[in-house]
Ligand binder design. Structure first.
Ligand code: GCO
Length: 509
């Protein structure tokens, strides 16, 4: 989840790390090939007769990626243009070169044994100029999707993942309601072009993270600081964009690509970052955490299920412009949940004026601490590791929204193979516990298939099941990849894996 919008800290990290240069990986099994794919498929793990932790037969086992973070060379994207302006260089560069190596990546997904693979399309490639669609790029993504489908894997396609064509930015970005129509036209075209191959669609990744990152933390092109009305406006526009795209996709994608009886299953991916009062007995912290949780975690799901709009995000749906919008209602076929960690919320008295911390909801005058006080178990980006929170939120969201859940992202920034393996198992235990509690969890998609461009942290964070050597783009297996592959092939976690990864990794500063 893109929550580390501390531009100054990020800048320091980037410069300390040599600005986007690849760090050396501690992968366990580096191959000399330019492709870690098992050509002779000799690593296939036979399903074990009985797993210690089992999952439903039709469970969706997946991996998750985004186009911008893996492809490289997205010159017409506002994020690239912004980096050139702010950092005087394109920090993303060639990324993992997945634009060219999409077959290689599909091979890796196949080796893992997954049955679903979340990929993305870059709007800026499809529509580099307003209203002018690039036929060659439409054809390119067709090949990308065919590579996935051809390996017996269902594609889940994300249409917007934090980046826009530069012309969208030039017309005012997501604050301009015209962007809604532009996005819907693009979404319709994508569904028409690939509906015969794709059933699972995610219109927008983490709209609230985008809106708050853009308007409160200046973490995206065209951004501002502490501008809550902007965050509310952007999230409202994105909700209408999602809903209209939902209807457009349903209208044009009428082909059931995988033969399961459904032709278009559409949702968003929403980051759920549970917020807790920093001081559990402090009334200000308690109220701030409540408001934070509403706006950041629940409002979008609430609006897109009930149709009740809260345009200024204040928790009240009776203000002018609020109310019921039929086109918004029932536009989620499942809840797409991205989970990484929780957060602490601290109320700050007005006397301190504009907030100098992480202004996650400044009008309510509070700040958020993404991280606890060290020492605690955390990924390389400082995010705490909290599988118990995962279980809690699955139960809570199932209770509140009554929709199936697909985990569209869950992962950890680490180069330690034991840590990633343990992380995966602990989070799958949480999913299993939720299933046992009656929660309809349909699938789990690990972020990410391969190491990739982690936004303002560039290449300093590694989330991949496969290690990528960025200068050469060579992919290689990691211990985490081996573990996930064994689980996916077996459809559950064996006793042997439970024993091998029984101990939590040591807590570090
Ligand atoms: C997000 C995104 C991904 C991130 C991932 C790791 O949640 O920010 O969907 O783009 O890379 O979450 O931080």
């Amino acid at each position: 989840m893109h929550r580390d919008f501390l531009p100054l800290i990020c800048l320091l990290i980037l410069f300390a790390a040599g600005c986007g240069g690849a760090t050396s990986g501690e992968n366990d099994q580096t191959t000399a090939d330019d492709d870690a794919h098992d050509q002779d498929d000799d690593t296939t793990v036979e399903p074990t007769p009985s797993n210690a932790i089992d999952f439903p037969d039709d469970f969706l086992w997946g991996v998750s990626t985004s186009a911008f973070q893996t492809e490289g060379g997205n010159v017409n994207s506002d994020f690239t243009q912004w980096m050139l302006k702010v950092f005087h260089r394109d920090l993303c560069g060639e990324a993992a070169d997945s634009y060219d190596l999409y077959e290689t990546d599909a091979n890796l997904a196949q080796d893992l044994g997954v049955n679903i693979y979340r990929i993305g399309i870059e709007w800026a490639r499809i529509e580099p100029q307003k209203g002018k669609y690039d036929e060659a790029e439409i054809e390119h993504y067709r090949k990308v999707i065919e590579a996935v489908v051809g390996r017996g894997i269902k594609p889940m396609v994300t249409l917007h993942h934090f980046t826009n064509p530069q012309w969208v930015q030039d017309q005012g970005g997501w604050r301009n309601a015209e962007t809604i129509a532009s996005f819907v036209a693009y979404a319709r075209l994508m569904a028409k072009s690939y509906g015969d191959l794709v059933d699972y669609w995610l219109t927008i990744n983490e709209p609230i993270i985008y809106a708050s990152g853009l308007c409160l933390m200046a973490g995206y092109p065209g951004g501002s600081i502490n501008n809550f009305p902007c965050a509310a406006e952007v999230s409202t526009n994105m909700m209408f964009a999602h809903a209209r795209a939902y209807h457009a996709i349903k209208e044009v994608d009428t082909t059931d690509a995988d033969g399961d009886g459904e032709s278009a299953i559409v949702s968003i991916a929403q980051a759920i970052v549970p917020g807790y009062p920093r001081r559990p007995d402090n009334a200000g912290d308690i109220e701030s955490a409540r408001m934070y949780d509403y706006f950041m975690n629940k409002m979008i799901f609430y609006t897109l299920t009930t149709g009740e709009l809260d345009a200024n995000g204040d928790g009240d749906t009776t203000d002018e412009g609020d109310g019921y919008y039929e086109e918004l209602a029932g536009t989620l076929d499942f809840l797409g949940v991205n989970f990484y960690n929780s957060i602490k919320v601290l109320h700050v008295p007005l006397i301190f004026g504009p907030i100098a911390g992480i202004p996650c909801y400044p009008e309510a005058n509070f700040i958020c601490y993404p991280h606890g006080r060290p020492p605690y178990l955390h990924g390389d980006n400082g995010n705490p590791i909290e599988p118990e929170e995962f279980h809690k939120l699955l139960v809570d969201y199932a209770d509140e929204f009554h929709l199936p859940i697909v985990i569209t992202e869950n992962g950890v920034a680490t180069t330690d193979g034991y840590f990633r393996s343990w992380f995966i198992i602990e989070h799958l235990k949480a999913v299993r516990a939720a299933l046992d509690d009656g929660v309809d969890v349909r699938g789990y998609m690990h972020w990410s298939l391969i190491d990739n461009f982690e936004w303002l942290m560039a290449y300093t964070m590694r989330f991949g099941l496969f290690h990528v050597d960025f200068p050469t783009s060579i992919r290689s297996w990691t211990e985490g990849g081996e573990t996930y592959s064994a689980i996916v092939h077996a459809g559950g976690v064996s006793q042997e894996l439970l024993d091998r990864y029984a101990d939590a990794p040591p807590v570090s500063e």
